[in-house]
Ligand binder design. Sequence first.
Ligand code: GLU
Length: 438
Amino acid sequence: MYEKVVSRNPGEREFHQAVFEVMQSVGPIAEERSDYAQWSILQRICEPERQIIFRVPWVADDGKVEINRGFRVEFNSALGPFKGGLRFHPSVNLSIIKFLGFEQVFKNALTGMPIGGGKGGADFDPKGRSDGEVMRFCQSFMTELYRHVGEYTDVPAGDIGVGGREIGYLFGQYKRITNRYESGVITGKGLTWGGSQVRTEATGYGTVFFVEQMLQARGEHLEGKRVVVSGAGNVAIYAVEKAQALGAVVVAVSDSGGYVVDEAGIDLELLKEIKEVERGRLTEYVERRSGATHVTDGCIWDVPCDIALPCATQNELDESAAKTLAANGVTLVAEGANMPSTPAAVQLFQAAGVLFAPGKASNAGGVATSALEMQQNASRDSWHFDETEARLQEIMSEIHDTCLATSDHYGAPGNYVVGANLAGYVRVADAMVALGVI
Ligand code: GLU
């Protein structure tokens, strides 16, 4: 079946990787649920319900017309409207959007909330673009996308390169074209116009809540642990914040220009100022913080730690990085990004007895809080920060327990990859059976 997926989707390396990883886990289900084969569940799950590719023309500040390619892959809506973020990054292509959409299906199922899976984006690079350029790009992107999305159809959100600013421009254009203040059409909105408390923090916080659960299951805590977080975007920043709040010492973060080591612990306010306010580079961190060093050669995973949280991007942690981490005594790795560890790295961690949490479980807090935002929009309500954070924490702990129980049930106790894949798979598959051949 994997060979078939590869030949039907030639050249889509990241998509193949994501499919392979899930297919490797589903063996035990084939035995237990032989009815799935009759329904061709696995084949159907690997085929997106709909894929949209479109031209995005926009005018740059210098007057030149720029062209980008936009995508929305509506992967599976058995459990609810398609739900998943938009990524604006020059590396974006159909393979990347499909791998993200595929992962999203299982991740969203794991949250236990009524959301299907999808993903979108464009090969637009917001880096170095003015606010006006970003706005015009977002408006052009939504001028095509608006006809495919809706509160009950498909609900986008942010991902790499898409934060509050972009969500605002996208929602504004949707509202203008449709003449509807349809809050539930997009999540990650600002707090004064339909957004939810904790959505900004949710992916990073959720990852750390998941780590706490993994540790607690073994009678341990984050307190005093040495942590390395890759990335310096939305996920990384709030993973650092929550890890520090729970008593861990975060000694390194990274961006595409290198990584920073700060043995005294990352200065979060400074990091936020540089990344969130100034949209600057990490080189500026060391200019303003004595004792910190900036490293451009090598890899952030060279920094010894107890806990590693890859929160940057796909395939950022390969086999050799995994070897280094394991040799330096890492005990736990939890993915804040989507598919940051290569299959060989995951295998190595598992063989070395390192606790490993796959992104579709440990980074599900972002989309879960998006679903909470949808709930608030549907009831025209807005919840307080503490109440929303408590819901997030509860959801992460339920996902954790589901993964562990499922891994036990299928004879792979403690294997969070098997647990996450199979728990998510069964939820989606059962809904697909119930809804018939569609
Ligand atoms: N892009 C995020 C993810 O990878 C969030 C998606 C959402 O909130 O819809 O899960």
